[in-house]
Structures are given as C-alpha cells and as structure tokens.
Design a protein around this ligand. Sequence first.
Ligand SMILES: N[C@@H](CCC(=O)N[C@@H](CS)C(=O)NCC(=O)O)C(=O)O
Length: 199
Amino acid sequence: MKLYYVPGACSRVPHIVLNELGIAFESEKVDPKNKIVAEGDYVQKVNAKGQVPALKLDNGEVLTETAVIAQYLADLKPELKLAPAQGTFERYRLMEWMNFIATELHKGVGPLWNPKTPDEIKEATKVNLAKRFDYITARLQGNQYLMGNHYTVADTYFYVVMSWTKNLGLDMSKWPQLLALCERVGQRPAVQATLKKEQ
Ligand SMILES: N[C@@H](CCC(=O)N[C@@H](CS)C(=O)NCC(=O)O)C(=O)O
C-alpha cells in the first residue's frame, strides 16, 4: 500500500491513520508544482483528479478522497475503533462528521487560500466558518472527541483542517474547546510521527 501526499495537506489525514494502524506502508511526496512521481506523471499514472491524497493498494486499485481513504484504513483494524463498525448507526454518525468536515471545513476554507479572493468574500467565508465552529463547540460539550469520548478518524480530519487556520489568518481563540481538541489529537504518537516524517 502506498500513500501519495503533500506535506501539511489533507493527505496528512490518511498519513496519520496509517501510523495509527502501525502497519507497513510506502509513501511518496508529490511535488505540487510538477506532480511527477516515481511512476511518471501523477495525474496520468496515479490520480486523474491531480489531488492528494491517493492510496494505491497492493492490487493496483487507487483510492481517493480523504474521508473515504481514512475510513478504508480504519476498517483494516476494527479493533482500534478508529471508526465504528460498518452497518451500525454510529458509523453513519461518523460519516456525518466526515462529510461535514470535508464539505463545510476542508472546502469551506478554500476561498481563504486564494490570494485573488475579494476581501468581502473572505469576510463572508469567515462568518460562515464561525457558525460551523460554534456548532462543533456546542456538539463537543462534555465530550473529549467529536464522536464522544473515543478518538476516531473524524478527529484526525478535524485536526488536520484546523492546523491550517493560523496560516489562513483565522483567530481561533474564540473557540478554546476546539483548540483543546486539536491539542489532544496533536499529542498522539501517530500524529507526532507523521509530522516528523512530513517535515
Ligand atoms: N475532495 C478531495 C480534495 C483533495 C484536495 O483538495 N487536495 C488538495 C490538498 S489539501 C490538493 O491536492 N490540491 C492540489 C490541486 O487541487 O491541484 C478530498 O477530500 O480528498
């Protein structure tokens, strides 16, 4: 199994999950500019979407989409409970979080990355994000993690997206519970190992 990643990008999510599993895997850094990898052109040979993450399985299949790869990996070692068992209602709760993070947060911060985004759009984006942060804060009340008191891949995804907020000029001091969650996740050995590798 091989993970294609860009340091600090959303591909850090499956990278952390792979380290959580403690299984052997290969990884290759993709240069976001030329997108050339060992096989040749990344877009032609690995992921036609041109994005990371991509996970190449031992049978040659390539899986994409952060939320899906993270769950695929979690299911390889169900005993770690990084995702509730498939078919349970709790699994749909996890999928609800994964979809929310992917669409509202991961893609929600998108306009802030683009230097050409007009200031009023940036401000509207920040107002929208603030509503999402308020919502998550309310959901977190009394809980250590998004799914309750057990760490799951939703927390991994949330942690990675939140790690971009500083660079995006988002002041997170209004949401101390979210910062505390990120702090908790950041202390995990698998996260530390991933940060070291991606440096
Ligand atoms: N829908 C994809 C989006 C992946 C994505 O946005 N990847 C970014 C890095 S965080 C990327 O590769 N951007 C470079 C590009 O789009 O060319 C997912 O959820 O995995």
